[in-house]
Design a protein around this ligand. Structure first.
Ligand SMILES: [Zn+2]
Length: 59
């Protein structure tokens, strides 16, 4: 049996030789997990502010 890696669409053999199935590799598994944990919603307003740059511009 063969499936397609959800991350890169490479064919993956569904067997014990592919411990990261249905992903082709551990890397693709982590990439997919990261997409679930970090959606594309912008959080710049509160998450990644840089107060030093703002202070420098004000003065
Ligand atoms: Zn893959």
């Amino acid at each position: 049996m063969q499936v397609s890696c959800p991350t890169c669409n490479r064919p993956v053999v569904w067997s014990q030789e592919s411990p990261s199935r249905p992903f082709c590799s551990e890397r693709c598994r982590l990439i997919d997990l990261g997409q679930w944990l970090a959606p594309d919603e912008p959080e710049d307003d509160n998450g990644t502010r840089i107060p030093k740059a703002d202070a420098a511009n004000d003065h």
